[in-house]
Design a protein around this ligand. Structure first.
Ligand code: AMP
Length: 219
């Protein structure tokens, strides 16, 4: 099963992808995470992308398509993937169709997390992640039980994304409206789009996604 999680920055794509990947034997492919890892390793591709990411702009299609095509070809992706953050433009969506076809695979569903834009800046501004195990938290909505200590692994080191601030978030939302939103009708027209209320509680969003995936498994 291959699915796309779609929605603006802060909609909860990464959180939900992590919750469902183990359950369904799928691999989360987050292009944002892949770019951040490339920056940390000091790879030329990461350095090329960094300035665009820091200003909230999209990285060029050619770079992103090459990145995801190489990753999808790796053996761990053979049972299926959850694409998180890709595609983000119509040319990326078209290239993804070609990729799936050439691999003899298919896209099964596009799950669109619908959210209220004004809530997103608040959601994103307080995000932080455990540097050791990757568990996500939020200053107000999901703090650690003990201040400064990861609930899951006990680490005291956390990271915050450079682009998770109100100013960059405005540019990221503009990029979503202008360049990513046009892929919604692209997938709606081929009957693959499923809309889920992304403003609901995390567990309820997860349940709504599970309902879609279980229906797909039965069909
Ligand atoms: P994300 O972690 O998905 O919020 O992505 C962080 C940043 O990485 C975005 O604001 C873009 O600059 C870049 N990025 C990630 N995925 C893509 C993509 N599919 N196309 C273009 N830029 C991307």
């Amino acid at each position: 099963m291959n699915i796309i999680l779609l929605g603006p920055p802060g909609a909860g794509k990464g959180t939900q992808a992590k919750r469902i990947e183990a359950q369904y034997g799928l691999i989360q492919l987050s292009t944002g995470d892949m770019l951040r890892a490339a920056i940390q390793r000091g790879e030329p591709m990461g350095l090329e992308a960094k300035a665009m990411m820091d200003s909230g702009k999209l990285v060029p299609d050619s770079l992103m398509i090459g990145l995801i095509a190489a990753r999808m070809d790796e053996p761990d992706c053979k049972n299926g993937v959850i694409l998180d953050g890709f595609p983000r433009t119509v040319p990326q969506a078209e290239a993804l169709d070609v990729m799936f076809e050439s691999m003899g695979k298919q896209l099964d569903a596009v799950i669109m997390l619908e959210v209220d834009e004004p809530a997103l800046i608040d959601r994103v501004s307080g995000r932080f992640t455990c540097a050791k195990c990757g568990t996500g938290y939020h200053d107000r909505f999901c703090p650690t039980q003990q201040p400064g200590v990861c609930d899951k692994c006990g680490s005291k080191e956390f990271t915050r994304r450079a682009d998770d601030n109100a100013e960059t978030m405005k540019a990221r939302l503009a990029a979503y409206r202008q360049q990513t939103a046009p892929i919604i009708p692209y997938y709606d027209d081929c009957g693959l789009l499923h809309r889920v209320d992304g403003m609901a509680a995390m567990a309820d969003v997860e349940a709504a996604i599970a309902t879609v995936l279980q229906r797909l498994r039965r069909d």
